[in-house]
Design a protein around this ligand. Structure first.
Ligand code: NAD
Ligand code: DAU
Length: 351
């Protein structure tokens, strides 16, 4: 088939990537979607079981750090566009060991940029880099991150993402590579790896395990449903301006402790527990090193210019998410056996 675009999605087997791949497969039958993923602990092809035999879908295992792997996928499928999500994504892991973050997030991104630049001599192309609000650092009680907020990354993870963002901009300014960039707030939803706050709390509440809240639980995050994030990526990829970056967020700030209380109450209802039962599991533990106090996104550029807005409330999205986890216990069991146990012991025992 003569596809209109042949889009390389890196990290398509991860949490956000799998939602994006599904959306693109279903919305654009005239695009070939090539999912390129190393399948680290965070990559899981089970996330895409429902669409794996779609005619416009291909999976290719590979490492973005390897020039041979990336050149081979560009050549095999004559890639016209890239949506780049592959990354090491967990802040706590970056504190334990920053080097994997430098390799994948920085070196891997530059490798992709270089190969796209060499491959795209003519025609229309887009290199969409998916990034995070953490590059802007930490807010006090007031204010929101805009696209003009100076970069001020604090953790090894955010430093690696900030570095990758700078390389993406550099390839636009220096070589004219047609880039677009998006910086999103905290996502939640189905298929989220249970090292992250919301799926970890759901899993522990269900299994009557302690709920480890860092510090006093006063840190604030701005939560967005993953389906709304991938719709925003789709919108920016198609309609955003070349060379521009767009912030994505839903004006939905919660302190961690308020959020954990909310989840406990929701889970008590879902599991037919007496009110207050799950809240007894809350345990305050040693804070994350360098813990950013508050993130909050001003997404008005995206809303005004491209007419995007979140489709559901946090309460609706959390209920859908909890229902998904309670229905998909096999998915959770598979990924929480084996190396997850070792990770959990290392991260949380004696904390
Ligand atoms: P994730 O950890 O769930 O998935 C990452 C995926 O990348 C996995 O499938 C993994 O196998 C793959 N990968 C890792 N290293 C690779 C390599 N060297 N080569 C090829 N594939 C590799 O991450 P996520 O939460 O889905 O995040 C996706 C992207 O979105 C990341 O770039 C992240 O920085 C960004 N982001 C995430 C959030 C969030 O709340 N999760 C918010 C804003 C931005
Ligand atoms: O803001 C976007 C970022 O959101 C993404 O770029 C990252 O890839 C993604 O992991 C996420 O980073 P956070 O560090 O904000 O997410 P995490 O789920 O790890 O933690 C959310 C908050 O909850 C944070 O303040 C730390 C706290 N926390 C986390 C865990 C895992 C706890 O209190 N206890 C925990 O066990």
């Amino acid at each position: 088939m003569d596809y209109k675009k042949r889009v390389l999605v890196t990290g398509g087997a991860g949490f956000i990537g799998s939602h994006l791949v599904r959306l693109l497969i279903n919305s654009y039958p005239n695009y070939l979607i090539v999912n390129f993923d190393k399948l680290t602990y965070a990559g899981n092809l089970e996330n895409l079981k429902d669409i794996e035999s779609a005619p416009n879908y291909v999976f290719q295992k590979g490492d973005i750090v390897s020039a041979d792997d990336v050149k081979s996928v560009f050549d095999s499928y004559q890639i016209t566009d890239v949506i780049h999500l592959a990354a090491e994504s967990h802040v706590d892991r970056s504190i334990e060991g920053p080097m994997d973050f430098v390799m994948t997030n920085v070196v891997g991104t530059v490798n992709l940029l270089q190969i796209a630049k060499d491959a795209w001599k003519e025609g229309e192309h887009v290199f969409h880099h998916v990034s995070t609000d953490e590059v802007y650092g930490s807010l006090g009680e007031e204010g929101l991150f805009t696209e003009k907020t100076p970069y001020d990354p604090r953790s090894p993870y955010s430093a690696s993402k900030a570095s990758s963002d700078h390389f993406v901009s550099a390839f636009y300014h220096t070589y004219g590579l047609p880039i677009k960039m998006s910086n999103c707030s905290n996502n939640y939803g189905s298929h989220h790896f249970p090292e992250k706050l919301i799926p970890l709390m759901i899993h522990n509440i269900q299994n009557n395990k302690p709920l480890p809240v860092y510090g006093k639980g006063e840190n604030i995050r701005d939560w967005l449903w993953v389906e709304d994030h991938v719709k925003a990526i789709d919108t920016i990829f198609h309609k955003g301006r070349i060379g521009e970056s767009y912030n994505i967020g839903g004006l939905n700030e919660w302190t961690n402790i308020e959020l954990v209380h909310f989840l406990c109450r929701l889970m008590d209802k879902k599991l037919n527990r007496t009110a207050g039962e799950s809240e007894k599991l809350i345990t305050f533990v040693t804070d994350r090193k360098g813990h950013d106090l508050r993130y909050a996104i001003d997404a008005s550029k995206l809303e005004k210019e491209l007419n995007w807005k979140p489709s559901i409330t946090f309460e609706e999205g959390l209920e859908l998410t909890v229902d998904w986890y309670l229905k998909n216990t096999e998915w959770v069991e598979k990924i929480t056996s084996g190396s997850y146990q070792q990770y959990y012991t290392q991260m949380y025992d004696n904390r």
